[in-house]
Write a protein that binds this ligand. Structure first.
Ligand SMILES: Nc1nc2c(ncn2[C@@H]2O[C@H](COP(=O)(O)OP(=O)(O)OP(=O)(O)O)[C@@H](O)[C@H]2O)c(=O)[nH]1
Ligand SMILES: [Mg+2]
Length: 307
């Protein structure tokens, strides 16, 4: 008797949705470990990042994307092109919705855009943050989101607690097309650890700084190495747009930069499972959001080329 051999399945699954919906939190939950920067402020993610889940029978390549925005600078142009690229490449779309709030104009715009561009792609509506929403509002919001995607399956999840996430994986598995194993078993992302460290420093800065300042920040890791004592030594530079922003990032007697540094260090230590020494500096880079050479240097230019 011959045993039936099931074909290997694989595919790209884009996590899309409004800024702050919980896409990166979901990516970390799907992977069972933190690989993407998360903060409570919108627009934390600026570029695409893969989370690769491999088994003997399938490989799911989740693509975390930045939330779309409508600003006009070169950085925003890059961010939006990252989303477009992920949408084009994906076999399956997971629309992450924050159901603690009703869908707004941006949700509708995104839903329209997806409807217009989507060909054969399957879609799952992942109604996120169900741990948070109170039940009466939640039912109302849930229905409103389902009306945006009337013909697609939906499910409730909490990216934070993990509720519903294994069901999401099951659904994705059913939808996954036959395909090759694109990445080796042990590879979990395509981004270098030092780039993830930079994202975690930026997420910590975003979480600690108020108002619009977080959007003026870029982070570059200029040194990343293991020292003799087995300590990971990281030197990062926080770039701001204007000199006047410097004292805010540094804070009174350096309090702010120390807090950012210690939050970021804890996040990187959790990711790397290793002791980290983190040294941070603050520099001004005038109007960097429109400076092509600078954007290229820190990896925020050239959509589609950095996979
Ligand atoms: N209560 C609750 N909070 C959540 C959940 N998922 C995400 N959050 C929080 O929502 C905020 C935004 O999460 P992110 O994962 O950074 O959101 P994102 O969609 O990646 O945001 P951008 O990168 O800005 O597009 C963070 O404060 C998360 O802790 C959830 O299931 N429940
Ligand atoms: Mg994100």
């Amino acid at each position: 008797m011959t045993e039936e051999i099931k074909p290997y399945k694989s595919g790209f699954i884009a996590l899309v949705g409004k800024p702050n919906a919980g896409k990166s939190t979901l990516l970390n939950q799907l992977m069972g470990q933190p690989i993407a920067g998360v903060s409570f402020k919108p627009q934390t993610t600026r570029r695409r990042q893969l989370g690769i889940l491999s088994t003997d029978t399938y490989q799911m390549i989740f693509v975390d994307t930045p939330g779309l925005n409508n600003a006009k600078d070169k950085l925003s142009h890059f961010i939006n092109s990252e989303v477009t690229y992920a949408l084009q490449e994906a076999d399956i779309l997971v629309f992450v919705a924050d159901v603690s709030k009703a869908p707004d104009a941006l949700d509708q715009e995104l839903a329209q855009e997806i409807k217009a561009r989507r060909g054969e792609q399957k879609l799952i509506l992942a109604m996120n943050k169900v741990d948070q929403a109170d039940s009466s509002r939640f039912n109302h919001n849930k229905k409103a989101f389902q009306e945006l995607f009337p013909n697609d399956p939906s499910l409730e999840i909490s990216a934070q607690t993990g509720r519903g996430v294994s069901i999401l994986i099951e659904r994705v598995k059913e939808m996954l097309p036959e395909g090759p194993q694109y990445y080796p078993d042990e590879q979990i992302t395509e981004v270098f650890e030092r780039d993830i460290a930079a994202e975690m420093i930026r997420a910590a800065a975003m979480a600690n700084l108020e108002d619009e300042l977080p959007y003026s920040i870029a982070v570059d890791v200029d040194e990343y190495k293991i020292r003799d004592n087995d300590m990971l030594y990281i030197h990062g530079t926080i770039y701001i747009e204007r000199e006047a922003q410097k004292p805010i990032v540094i804070g009174r007697k350096g309090q702010m930069i120390r807090k950012i540094g210690s939050d970021a260090r804890l996040a990187i230590e959790a990711m790397m499972n290793q002791k980290v020494f983190l040294d941070l500096k603050v520099k001004t880079q005038k109007d960097w959001k429109n400076d092509s050479a600078f954007l290229k240097r820190i990896g925020l230019d050239g959509a589609g080329n950095n996979a």
